[in-house]
Design a protein around this ligand. Sequence first.
Ligand code: FAD
Length: 565
Amino acid sequence: MTDEQQDEQFYRDTESVAFPKLDDHQLSLLEPLGKRRVLKRGELLFKAGQRDVGLAIVLRGGLEAFEQRDGVEQILGTAHERDFLGDVAMLQGTSVLATARVTSDETEILHVPATELRRAFAELPGVSETIVKALIMRRKRLRRDREFAGLRVLAAAGTREGSQLDDFLDKNRIPHRLIEFESEQGQALSKRLHLTTRDLPALITPAGAPLRRPSLREVAQVAGLLRPLAFEDQSEIMSDLTIVGAGPAGLAAAVYAASEGLHTVVLESYAPGGQAGSSSLIENFFGFPTGISGGDLTWLAQLQAYRFGAKFSTPAQALSLDYYATDEYRTCLQVEGCSAVLRAKAVLIATGADYRRLDAEAREQFENMGVYYAATAMEGQLCRNETVIVVGSGNSAGQAAMYLSEGAAKVLLVIRGKDLSKMSSYLSRRVQVQKNIEILYQTQIRKMFGGKKLEQIELENTQTGERRQVRTPAVFSMIGAKPCTEWLPQEIERDDKGFIKTGVSVAEAPAWQANKHQPSPLETSLPGIFAAGDVRSGSVKRCAAAVGEGGMAIAGVQLRLASSS
Ligand SMILES: Cc1cc2nc3c(=O)[nH]c(=O)nc-3n(C[C@H](O)[C@H](O)[C@H](O)COP(=O)(O)OP(=O)(O)OC[C@H]3O[C@@H](n4cnc5c(N)ncnc54)[C@H](O)[C@@H]3O)c2cc1C
C-alpha cells in the first residue's frame, strides 16, 4: 500500500469516531450548560489563535472549520445537525488551530463555554466519552494531514535554535511544520514576510504574523501553553496540591489528585511527558502488548488530568520552595515568569533526573532502539548471544555488565578513564575475571549506525587515536543521572547522590520529631511534601514505577490534608 492509500484507509476507519452525531440524551445533558445562539452566513464563531473557546453544537444549519495560510483556505471539517465543532485544544485550553465560520443562511448552535465544558467532561461520562474520543481522534487525523501546517517554524537548515523550537512544539504536541529557510517554500515565505537570516528562527502564527527569534516562553504564549497562574493584581495563588514536574510520576499524581477533587496545579519546566516523552517505544508498560510510544502514553495521561480539572502551566519552572510548618498553606513556591507566590497545602516533587547522554554522533536516533539506560530482563533478551556495549565505570555499569554477560556472547565495557577505581572492589574483581567481559580503557563511542535500530558503533581509543567498528544491537549508557533537586531547601533530606529520601529513612528528621504523625512512604523530611518517581532515593527508574508512585503519593497527601484539618 502506498502512503496515500494508507492515509485514506486511516481516514475512512476513524471517520465515525472523529465525527459522531450527538443523540437526544447527550443534547439534553449539555443544554443546561450552554446557550443557544442564532448566527448568519459568513459569521465567524472563533478565530485561529484564540483560546478557551467553547464547544459549538449545531442544532440546525451548518458550520465549517478552515486554516488560512498565505491567502489560501483549507477546509478542515464541516458540521451539520447534531455535529459539534471542536478540537483537543478545547480540552487542554491551548490556542485553537483553525477558524470557524457559518455556512448556511441561518444556523442555530448550542454554545457550551470552556469552563462548563471542562465540568461536563469531569461530571458527565455519557457525554464526555463520545466528545473526548472524537477530539483525540480529530487531532490524530490532523497530525497526519500533509496539507495542514498549524504553527510554522522557519529556520536555517540544521541549526540548534531551529531544532529546539521544533522539539519544544513537538514534545508539547502542538501541530507545526519546520520549514528550512534554504528551501523553495522557505525562500518564498521569508520574502513575503520580509525575514532575513538575522530574524531566524521565526515562528509564524496561525494569523500569519512572524515572531522573530522568539524565546520558548513566547512560543508557549502563542501556542496557548503558558497559562497565567495568577491574575495581574494577585500576589498569591492557592492550591491544595502543587505538583512539580509532569513526567509519568507527576501526570499520574495529577490524574488521581484532580479526580479526587483536589485543586491541583502542575508546573512543568519544558514539556509534559518528561523522560518518558522522549522514548519512541515503551515495551514494558502493562496493558500495551505491542508497546506504546512514550509521547502518546503521557499525552493521553495529560488529557485525562485536564479532563478532571488539573491546571497545567508550561514552561513554568519551580525556582525555590519555602516552608512554614504551622500554616495551612505550608509551602510557598517561586515560579519562573510568575510574580505571584504559589502557596500549597501539599507539594509533590516529581522532577525526575537528568540522565547524562553519550556524546556520540547519531545517538539520538537510537534512543530506546539500541541505546538504553537500564539493563533488566527485557533488555537482556534483546542481547542474547550478541556482542553488547556497556559504557561507564561506576557500580551501575559493573552490575549491568555482569548481568548482561549471562546471556550475551560478549560484553564490551567501555571506560573513558584508565581504571575501575570508581567501582566497588568486589564488583571490579568480578568484572575483570568474567571471561566474556572485555574492558576497553580510555575508549569512547564516536558514532552510531543503523536503520530503524542500532546495528553498529565506532569506538575510539583516545590514547592512540585508533578507531574500530563493532556490530552490536545495544549500548547501555551507565554514565550517571543527576536528580533535579538543586532548587530545594536543604531541610529536604537527600542521599549521597542527591536523590530525595522518603518514608522510614526520614523518620528521625527534626520536623518529624516535632510531629505526632509518622511520615507516609513517599513523604519527605518535611511533613506535607512528597517525592515520587526517578527523583526519589531508591526508586526503580521505570515508567510504571513512576506512575505507581505518583498515584500512591496522593494517598499520603489525602492523609496529611485530613490530619492537618
Ligand atoms: C531515553 C529513555 C528511554 C526510557 N525507556 C524506558 C522504557 O522503555 N521503559 C521504562 O519503564 N522506562 C524507561 N525509561 C525510564 C523512564 O522514562 C523514567 O523512569 C520515567 O520517565 C521517570 O518518570 P518521572 O516522572 O519520575 O521523571 P521524568 O520523566 O524525568 O519527568 C520529570 C519532569 O520534571 C520536569 N522538571 C524538572 N525540574 C523541574 C522544575 N524545577 N520545575 C518544573 N518542572 C521540572 C522535567 O522537565 C520533566 O518533564 C527511559 C528513560 C530514558 C531517558
